[in-house]
Write a protein that binds this ligand. Sequence first.
Ligand code: PMV
Length: 352
Amino acid sequence: MSPLSSTWQCPSNIAIVKYWGKKGFQLPANPSVSFTLQECTTTTTLQAFQHPGRRNPEVQLYFDGEYNEPFTHRARNYFHELAATLKWLKSYDFEITTTNNFPHGAGIASSASAYGALGLCLASIEQALGLTDSENFLQRASFLARLGSGSASRSVYGGWVIWGKTLFQDKSSDKYALPLDTQQIHPLFLTLQDSIIIVSDQSKSVSSTVGHGMMQNHPYAKLRYARANEHTQKLISILQQGDWESFAHICQTEALDLHAMMMTSENPFLLLKPQTLQWIEWIKEWKIQENLKITYTLDAGPNLHILYPDTESIKVRKHIENALERSETLKVIHDRIGQGPMPLTSQTLKNG
Ligand code: PMV
């Protein structure tokens, strides 16, 4: 019998209000808000081969065309955790073929697009088996993606996305993300550009999993979670009003809060590089010189995301090009807010 198969291309996302700290099993300690990128994507094919009677599904992962042992190990753990509650998984073995179009582990959230794609593939196969209806498809994919990587729950939607229960957003949930209504978002934030300055393409020295764990007994955890809640509330209304300066302020505060948490944990660590700080200084200069609408954010890594509306693209990109010539920056990836994932193939027949 031919295997069930699904292929999705899923973008990464960048959080403005950051998720940093967990509670329970893969639930966020505070709400987070991100926008989904357009260019930085993972493409994944998931094949499910019928094999009844397994205690746990067998999983193999091929990354960039080659069998990858560390990624297989992580994917296998993910499937085994899922199989404890999703019994159908025990009747199949899985083969994952995946590729990224951006550097892995360098602060562009590769786990977000990777688990986003996997969640979508799994939800497609569940749909082919008649286990998920199309009405709840993206919510289901977000739920499944979250169990692999929290930030991935947000990548299954395009545009602006919120994950985590908060009083300030109807129907918000810790279990899955929801898109913010595009009709409610000011045009300034629907054309947002993100030039990602790659100062290092090395894997991070401390993984996000370890970083989240360090929030458990962090001296500032309570304050951090309260600030993230307050920033979520403010950001939702800023996105509606189109207030650039307040947006810029939240972006920078959240970026530096995230890295401050790393630097002030019991086992402090620092992911920023001198080049990161240099670029932050340059952005401040450009903003003052030309009164630009420009700001920045950071993920859990040294690479800087420079944010600006598309009306500023020509000026900002000229500055970036000039700065690239006088710095040791590896490269820049010009990305922007995107439409969300795309199915490349999916199984539509129900497998009886
Ligand atoms: O999704 P994880 O478990 O890799 O955590 C990533 C958290 C940050 O990327 C640092 C912030 C976020 O909200 O995306």
